[in-house]
Ligand binder design. Sequence first.
Ligand SMILES: C[S@@+](CC[C@H](N)C(=O)[O-])C[C@H]1O[C@@H](n2cnc3c(N)ncnc32)[C@H](O)[C@@H]1O
Length: 405
Amino acid sequence: MSLQLSLLPPVAPPTDFIEDLRRFSLDGAETVEVEEGGLRYFVNAFWTAGQRRGHSIHEISYRACFKSELPGFFIERLTSPGDRVFDPFSGRGTTAVQAALMGRAPAANDVNPLSAMLCAPRLDPPAVAAVAARLAEIDLSVGVDDPNEADLLAFYHPDTLRQITALRSWLLGRGDALDSVDAWIRMVAINRLTGHSPGFFSVYTMPPNQAVSALSQRKINEKRAQTPVARNVPAIILKKTRSLLSDGFPAAHPPAILLTGAADRTPALADASVDLIVTSPPFLDVVDYEGDNWLRCWFAGIDPACVRIDKHSNIVSWEAFVRRAFGEFARIVRPGGFVAFEVGEVRGGKVLLERHVAAAIEGLPFDILGVMVNQQVFTKTANCWGVNNNKGGTNSNRIVMAVRR
Ligand SMILES: C[S@@+](CC[C@H](N)C(=O)[O-])C[C@H]1O[C@@H](n2cnc3c(N)ncnc32)[C@H](O)[C@@H]1O
C-alpha cells in the first residue's frame, strides 16, 4: 500500500491548478482569462458531453444535478486516492459517487433523506444476480391501499400501482433488516417512478426528475388522449440495474460518510478532515425541490414537511445562507484544502451568483482563486463571463474556487 502511494503523482497545490486551467486545451480551444467585478474568470470548454462520458452508474436523474465530469475534474487534479472529498448539498450524490470511482473517501450530506437513499447504494452496488433473486422473492401480487390512490392512478395503470404499493410497503416494512440489495432496489424504483418512456412505471409524463402534480398529469393525459398502460415493475428495475452497472463496479475506496441534515451543521465530520469540497447549493428559489420530489418522497416514506430545504427569493438571505455554509466549511476543510462551489445562471443573467458568494464569504478564512466557467458550446466571441453572457442557448457552469487558508 505504501509503495503504491509513493508512486502516485503529487497533488497539485492550488496555484498550480490555476496554471493548469490557464494552459488547458481540449480541441484546441484556449482558456480565456478576464477580470470582472473584482473576480478573475477562467473560461473554456473544460469538459463536454461528447468527449468524456461519465460512468454508467451516474445515470440516475435529479433536479439540477451536475455532470460527473465536474467533480471528476477537481478530484483528479486536487486530491490523491484516500483523500476525503465532500459534497454538503449532495442531491443524487454525483460528487460522492465520482469520488468512490476514483478511490477517494466519499462524504455527502443533504437536508433531504432522499439524497442518501440515492447515493449510498451506488457506492457499493450489489451483484445483478442478487437483485434478481431478491425481486423474485418479493410478492407484488397484493397491493396496499393508499390514501393517495386516486392521484396515483393519474400516473399508473391499476396493475402497476398494485406492484408499486406492494414494493413500497415491503421496503418500508424491512426496517432495520433493510440490506444493501433492498437499498439498491429502492434507489432504482425511486428513479423509475415517472418518466417519458416505457422504461418507467408511469404513463408519459415530464422527465423523471420533475414529478408533476396529479392535477397536471390528468391534464397531460387528456391532452395526449392517453391512459396508463400496465408495466412490469421488477423487469424495469432489473433492466435499469443492468444498465447502471454496464461500466462495472466502483473501485475499492475508503468507507463513505453519508449525512442527512443542514449543510451548516455537519458535526460527524472532524475538524480539518476534508481535502476537497465540490458542491452546488440551491440557486435562490429557482428549483422547487419539494414539489419535484413529492412522488419520490411518498415512495420512500419521507414526510416532506420534515425536510427544510433552503429556498431564498432574495439575495440578502441567500448570501447569509451561503455564509453559514462556508462557516462550517472553514471548520471541516484542512488548511490548503479546496472548495469548488458551483452556482447557476439565475434571473436571466441579471444576478451573478458568484459575486454574491464572494461577498458572502468575506472575512472567512478562504482565498478566492477565481471563477471557472465551463462553457459547453465554446466560442471565443461569446461574452461569456459578464452580465451580457446569459443569452439563451449557452449552458455554462460557474464554479467559485476557494482555498482554505
Ligand atoms: C443543486 S442541488 C445539488 C445537486 C447535486 N450537485 C447533484 O449532482 O445531484 C441542491 C441540493 O441542496 C439540497 N439542500 C437544500 N437546502 C439544503 C441545506 N440547508 N443543507 C443541505 N442540503 C440542502 C437540496 O435538497 C438539493 O438536493
